[in-house]
Design a protein around this ligand. Structure first.
Ligand code: FAD
Length: 298
């Protein structure tokens, strides 16, 4: 029988870490559980400079991820690392979540409030990762040796267009973007020469590393992101058609009372580090209000 925590936060990216830090500093008993061996979430996969955070110029995603680890340690936030949530269900007045741990171990954690902060994973479409096919932006796309190579990037969003520049600067001989439609922000789209963009339907084959009949050295699949929310829940959570959780704008509470969802796993505001962290704060303050109200006599 596990002790009932005030809150269990699943996922230690910027959203979950921010929520757990606030809950801890507000005096609640909280546990932050994370599938990886360390905090920081997707930031661990970004060696790029992140120039979008107004208080922290010149830092990389990895720097920010290390900062998250240091902040959690300084606040004394209890963590359960290497723990992948498999199932969440209602239990007593709260919730019970079952985690798979290394070496086939299983652990159940009970909490009055549940916060889902499991983020996203890159969409792969029909493609499989291989030596010459890279799915999504991140460590592998950033460290691949592009020198002298011909590269096809599939996708029409910001990541596809931003990576065109990264790959070119890394010495690629040619970089072509194939996009059914171009959705990238103007600032990124403007940086790619028109001759490098093919718009409209295309045929790509990951076995031959071929796009529209042309063989490339490497293909980058930049099809955006899907929610990492595949664990089973014994309650219904409303989602948008793409599977992202729908939440209340003020509190980040889902359609299931007592269950909050924050950061990129939600259909919230523009997904980034700062909005993920601010969701974490909104959820922590809403949990504070709920738990303090519940503790009032009568
Ligand atoms: C290459 C790259 C560059 C980027 N550049 C920028 C940038 O310049 N500026 C910017 O603002 N943003 C940038 N981002 C996006 C930024 O990293 C995300 O917006 C942010 O990390 C989202 O935070 P999150 O906490 O919602 O999710 P995540 O960071 O995805 O964290 C979710 C965490 O949940 C864990 N998890 C998932 N499922 C489970 C489970 N079942 N059980 C337990 N744990 C689970 C995951 O392991 C992960 O640690 C970049 C991302 C990448 C990959």
């Amino acid at each position: 029988m596990s002790e009932m925590k005030d809150a269990l936060v699943i996922g230690a990216g910027p959203a979950g870490a921010s929520c757990a830090l606030w809950l801890e500093r507000l005096g609640f008993s909280c546990l932050l559980a994370e599938a990886r061996g360390h905090a920081g979430g997707l930031l661990n996969d970004s060696p790029y400079r992140n120039d979008w955070i107004v208080t922290q110029p010149g830092v990389t995603g990895i720097d920010l991820s290390e900062g998250i680890g240091l902040s959690l340690a300084a606040a004394g936030v209890p963590m359960l690392l290497g723990a992948r949530a498999r199932k969440a269900e209602r239990f007593g007045d709260g919730f019970r979540v079952t985690f798979d741990l290394p070496n086939d171990r299983v652990r159940e954690i009970d909490a009055a409030r549940l916060v889902i902060a499991t983020g996203v994973q890159p969409r792969s479409g029909p493609f499989r990762a291989s030596e010459r096919v890279i799915i999504g932006p991140g460590h592998r796309a950033a460290t691949y040796d592009y020198a002298g190579k011909s590269v096809a990037i599939l996708g029409g969003g910001d990541n596809a267009f931003e990576n065109h520049g990264f790959v070119k600067r890394a010495g690629a001989r040619e970089v072509h973007i194939y996009a059914r439609t171009v959705r990238a922000s103007g600032v990124f789209a403007a940086q790619v020469p028109e001759a490098d963009i093919s718009t409209g339907p295309f045929e790509a084959d990951h076995e031959d590393v071929r796009v529209n009949g042309r063989i490339y050295d490497v293909i980058l699949v930049m099809f955006g992101w899907e929610p990492a929310s595949f664990f089973e829940t014994g309650f219904t959570l409303d989602r948008n058609p793409a599977g992202f959780f729908l939440t209340d704008f003020q509190t980040c509470e889902t359609s299931a009372p007592g269950v909050f969802a924050i950061g990129e796993v939600t259909a919230g505001r523009h997904p980034c580090v700062v909005t993920a962290m601010s969701d974490g704060i909104a959820a922590a303050k809403a949990i504070q209000r709920q738990l303090e109200r519940a503790a009032l006599p009568g």
